[in-house]
Design a protein around this ligand. Sequence first.
Ligand SMILES: [Zn+2]
Length: 251
Amino acid sequence: MFSMTKDWREQRILDSSEFTHADWLQAAQRIVILGRLNEDELTRLFELATLFLADKSITGAQGFEITDAVKQSIALQACLPILNLSLEWYAGWSAIIIYPGSYKSETTTVDELGIVHEGSQHRSGEAWLRGPVILSWKDAKHSGERDGHNVVIHEFVHKLDMLNGRANGFPPLQPDMDPVRWTEIMTRDFEDFQSHHKSGFDRYGATNPAEFFAVLSEVFFETPQKLIDAYPDIYEIMVKFFRQTPLEPRP
Ligand SMILES: [Zn+2]
């Protein structure tokens, strides 16, 4: 997959980056959950974030100004789930739209009788199939504080989920993973989550399997011990999927 041409192109982007290593370091220090990364991992994350910014367009809606701090914060958190994967996992789309706060979104749902219902909701983020990622900065700026909630990771995990079609909690797995085991664990624990309140987990995860995967991914990166305690099998398959160990399990 990697050719000399691509390496050269990537190197050119890295060489002409508008941000220095020191700029990235300063931005990373504002995101508490990045504190677990070692120097090598941080350097790789900064490179990934630089390539990410060259590949994606970030625009403000409702007059929101995209500052360097906004760009850095979104790029660093968006690239955390793919730190040990690659930018290819975010291929096929390019727009990121940031609203200053939660925004009203028109919704259309079709019920089992085929009747279309129109409505509107206040949202803090959404991810469109082959389309943009939309985020509320008011919510995104409080992401990464190790409180279990992270709208940036949530929406970008939907993007990983959508690599094989509509978001359904079943992303393309790594070659050494067993899809049957993934489905069994996710289905069993989703049913458990629907009937039991788990503190530290957003109830929105009970909506459907796609939201369950996105919400539990937030917990995986923000407060991994909570995930180990509540759903150890999901923690284990997420370690295999994201190729990261945010926390070693207790012996
Ligand atoms: Zn969602």
